[in-house]
Design a protein around this ligand. Structure first.
Ligand SMILES: O=P(O)(O)OC[C@H]1O[C@H](O[C@H]2O[C@H](CO)[C@@H](O)[C@H](O)[C@H]2O)[C@H](O)[C@@H](O)[C@@H]1O
Ligand SMILES: O=c1ccn([C@@H]2O[C@H](COP(=O)(O)OP(=O)(O)O)[C@@H](O)[C@H]2O)c(=O)[nH]1
Length: 467
């Protein structure tokens, strides 16, 4: 059997829990399949001379990690990945920092990854590269003679073609995707944008279902919505830590209904818009005020990128003003927690909550939505209020779908969710759980790898795609 080699910027010990959907999902996949997980160690070193690969055994998985120099980290991770690609791919051209010259660092780190990974590869390995940090990795590997099958999965949205075309060098970036055998997206909408872009900008010719030819190469593309490990999460929900958390929350909030939000503190997650909608709900429903509390966990993320500092201040100020204006001596409407909460404690919090607010302005998928549903008591489940702009909305149509930019509409959905009768909550929850169970993380991994296996082998060792 082929060995699975997973490559991503962020890696984590799969035996421990991590914040951030990519690391959570890949840890679950690799715990099952075993294999090699190659990525950034998370360490920044003074200079690039110390670029040995560090190995660590983690159960069935071998972690292979490289350090990054400060200069490379700043240009590759903070700069090009999170200062250019992240905002544009989340439809935020206004936040992109195009002119800062980060591209050199992005290419350098992709070349470094290719150089360090190549000697570790076996001839029948299957390589699975993840996310926007590593779009040119296959082209760099091919340039060094790598002939193995390589798949790519984009965890974040792909914007409409004309938005993508605003990136200087967008043609270079998308051309690099043609060095992969299979390119996977979270949703049909993302796949549609990819097809639109390559047909309009690269004059790609459709070959057959999900296959296009351009740059003298054929690429297969598809939608593979990521899921969670339902069994693992159910076990986590029944473990002592989660049960204790559930009981503590129920005791603490016995007279109130809880609403919960769990997000990285990212402008894509729509946190200020969510707070405004909650404020609108409090304004419009004075009789319900002291019976609802919103617990918002906002785990720190990418704090050295300017746009993230700004969102932090905006959110703190909104939470402060809501509590100041509406709070009572014995009730605060918002509990804002700017820390990462251990994943093992989240199921208890989810289960104790009547409503989850998952209202990103854009999101590749959003695993919190699926975790919330899985943690519910099926006899008395909570209600998911979900942004129609999360990848998850394509699958989870029985949630209360909202437009997060529409403050009044979202406030009305909060009211509906808090007052929804138990029969309707059960019906919706059952339908939603069927999807969550069916399209779990194992389905995601198996269907992607099976599609990669089916791709037709082409000659890949040539210099046809030297970037
Ligand atoms: O690694 P970080 O910079 O700390 O960021 C954490 C991860 O954020 C993004 O996650 C995405 O992947 C999830 C799983 O597919 C998906 O549900 C979510 O919608 C995405 O935002 C990012 O894509 C990852 O690379 C980061 O590791
Ligand atoms: O304080 C926190 C915040 C988030 N998470 C986990 O991080 C992941 C977030 O993934 P999601 O797809 O929702 O969003 P991302 O952060 O990847 O954009 C989920 O598994 C959460 O349970 C966590 O363990 N602790």
């Amino acid at each position: 059997m082929s060995r699975l080699v997973v490559v991503s910027n962020r890696i984590a010990d799969p035996r421990k829990t991590a914040a951030g959907g990519l690391a959570v999902a890949l840890a679950e996949v690799l715990n099952n399949t075993g294999g090699l997980w190659f990525g950034w160690s998370g360490k920044i070193v003074d200079a690039a001379e110390d670029d040995d690969v560090l190995f660590q055994r983690a159960g069935p998985v071998t972690l292979a990690m490289v350090d990054l120099s400060q200069v490379d980290h700043d240009a590759f991770y903070l700069g090009y990945s999170n200062g250019v690609l992240w905002p544009v791919f989340h439809y935020r051209l206004d936040l992109a920092d195009f002119d800062a010259g980060y591209i050199g660092g992005y290419r350098r780190v992709n070349q470094l990854f290719a150089r360090k990974l190549l000697p570790l590869l076996r001839p029948d390995d299957v390589i699975w590269v993840h996310d926007y940090h590593l779009i040119p990795l296959a082209a760099e590997l091919r340039a060094l003679g790598c002939k193995q099958r390589i798949g790519f999965f984009l965890h974040i949205p792909l914007p409409p073609p004309l938005m993508l075309a605003a990136i200087p060098g967008h043609d270079w970036l998308i051309r690099a995707l043609f060095a992969y055998d299979l390119v996977g997206f979270q949703s049909k909408a993302d796949l549609h944008h990819f097809a639109g872009y390559i047909e309009a900008e690269a004059h790609a010719q459709p070959v057959d279902e999900g296959r296009w030819r351009a740059f003298g190469r054929t690429v297969q593309a598809g939608a593979f919505p990521i899921g969670i490990d339902v069994q693992e999460f159910t076990a986590l929900a029944n473990a002592p830590e989660a049960v204790e958390m559930y009981e503590r929350m129920r005791r603490e909030y016995s007279r109130r209904r809880l609403l919960v939000g769990v997000d990285r503190l990212d402008y894509s997650k729509g946190l200020p818009q969510r707070m405004r909608a909650f404020r609108e709900f409090l304004t419009k429903n004075p009789d319900l005020r002291s019976s609802a509390t919103l617990i918002q966990i906002a785990s720190p993320s990418r704090e050295n990128v300017n746009a993230y500092t700004e969102i932090l201040h905006e959110l703190e100020s909104l939470c402060g003003s809501i509590n100041g204006n509406f709070g009572e001596l014995d009730w605060m409407p918002v509990r804002y927690i700017h820390r990462t909460v251990a994943r093992a404690r989240l199921p208890g919090l989810y289960r104790a909550s009547r409503v989850a607010l998952v209202t990103p302005l854009r999101d590749g998928m959003n695993l919190v939505a699926k975790e919330f549903l899985t943690a519910q008591n099926a006899d008395d489940p909570g209600v998911l209020v979900l942004s129609r702009f999360a990848g998850a909305a394509e699958q989870l149509g029985e949630a209360l779908l909202v437009n997060p930019y529409d403050t009044e509409g979202t406030a009305a959905a909060i009211l509906l969710a808090l007052q929804m009768p138990v029969e309707e909550r059960r019906t919706r929850h059952e339908a939603l759980m069927q999807t969550v169970r069916r399209y779990d993380v194992h389905w995601w991994c198996d269907s992607f790898l099976a599609a990669l296996e089916r791709t037709q082998a082409e000659e890949k060792g040539t210099s046809w795609l030297r970037l």
